[in-house]
Design a protein around this ligand. Structure first.
Ligand code: NAD
Ligand code: UFG
Length: 338
């Protein structure tokens, strides 16, 4: 199959491109490098020995997207193109709504005009909100989001669902990711956050490599076994392989299917820090700080539907995730920059 990856040069997109190529699919990437660089795709080509058709374009630009879709005629689109920093979305809500919603609408319009009927969407566990308790399963109603980023995901899910009600030939898979971490085992591609990382694993790696002084753990007084928050961390290569299954499923399906991609196994912040230190034999200095606004004590997935519908389950361990994150960080201390 030929798959168009909107936002495919980013963290999850580049790993998915690699898995798709290794599964024999063709890959077209459209990215404006708002939060990435073409270097990730160059490395994917080196790792796979396959070539990727790459367009530097804004997915919101309908004139350009239509030309690309007409020329490439993809069988399926995967929509990764989005802004994703929760705190920034509170400061710049209009930019987040404009980018995330517009990319989705443009892709749907271009698909309709070129006859493409399959779309896989990068959603997030954040849409479960605080109302649903973990393990989160796909039958639960979406909850109240605490930030504009979360609302964009919730709204985009609704838009895609509505589109599949109106067009009975449309096949939509909404993938709700839990907490993707890790990197390809080669250490050649990985997560390359700009500026100070918001998320735990890149922060831990940057402390270990000496770029940051210490990690602040946001609260140790939650009602959890060690007092720190529980999350469902998933290796990005497991996530990438989940996308290959989702794309193949999408080809034989109509309507909307919501699927969690997680491991179902919660780990605490201290589990991450301790495992990272142990597996990699490095020190991660940390202090306990106050809680971060909006954090929930425990968020993890029910994984049965992914197993049943996609025949997929995460295989890699927390030790694998910590080892591969470190392998990427120590070999690329400045990310994709030289
Ligand atoms: P990322 O920032 O590394 O990748 C997103 C890519 O989209 C980047 O390459 C960026 O340049 C591109 N992009 C953004 N707006 C664009 C536009 N208008 N036109 C063209 N390209 C555009 O992020 P990621 O971690 O790879 O996440 C991919 C998707 O998964 C995002 O939609 C994100 O919200 C979602 N998601 C991520 C996580 C996570 O923890 N990483 C969790 C849940 C959901
Ligand atoms: N944490 C720290 N210190 C840090 C960073 C994070 O203690 O410097 C803690 C957080 O408090 C949380 C855990 O580490 O308990 C994980 O935090 P992340 O920011 O890595 O991930 P979140 O679970 O907060 O958020 C992630 C994605 C969001 C998505 C959300 C859905 O980043 O995009 O999951 O649950 F919306």
């Amino acid at each position: 199959m030929k798959i168009l990856l909107a936002g495919g040069a980013g963290y999850i997109g580049s790993h998915t491109a690699l898995s798709l190529l290794n599964s024999g699919h063709e890959v077209v990437v459209v990215d404006n490098y708002d939060n990435s660089s073409p270097e990730s795709i160059k490395r994917v080509e080196q790792l796979t020995g396959r070539s990727v058709t790459l367009y530097e374009d804004d997915v919101k630009d309908k004139v350009r997207m239509l030309k690309i879709m007409q020329k490439e005629q993809p069988d399926c689109v995967i929509h990764f193109a989005g802004l994703k920093a929760v705190g920034e979305s509170v400061q710049q809500p209009v930019r987040y709504y404009r980018n995330n919603i517009d990319t989705t609408l443009t892709l749907l319009e271009c698909m309709a005009e070129t006859g493409c009927k399959e779309i896989v969407f990068s959603s997030s566990a954040t849409v479960y909100g605080a109302e649903n308790s973990s393990p989160c399963h796909e039958g639960m109603p979406r909850g109240i989001c605490t930030n504009p980023y979360g609302w964009t995901k919730s709204m985009m899910e609704q838009i895609l669902q509505d589109a599949s009600v109106a067009d009975k030939e449309l096949s939509v898979v909404l993938l709700r990711y839990f907490n993707p971490i890790g990197a390809h085992e080669s250490g050649r591609i990985g997560e390359d956050p700009q500026g100070i990382p918001n998320n735990l694993m890149p922060y831990v790696s940057q402390v270990a490599v000496g770029k940051r002084e210490k990690l602040t753990i946001f609260g140790d007084d939650y009602d959890t076994p060690d007092g720190t928050c529980l999350r469902d961390y998933i290796h990005v290569m497991d996530l990438a392989e989940g996308h290959v299954k989702a794309v193949e499923f999408c080809a034989h399906h109509h309507g909307t299917e919501i699927i969690n991609l997680g491991t179902g196994q919660p780990y605490s912040v201290l589990d991450i820090v301790n495992t990272f230190q142990q597996v990699n034999d490095v020190k991660v200095a940390y202090e306990i700080g106050p809680r971060r606004a909006g954090d929930l004590p425990a968020v993890y997935s029910d994984v049965h539907k992914a197993e049943r519908v996609l025949g997929w389950r995460a295989k890699r361990t927390l030790a694998d995730m910590c080892r591969d994150s470190w392998n990427w960080q120590k070999n690329n201390p400045n990310g994709y920059k030289k």
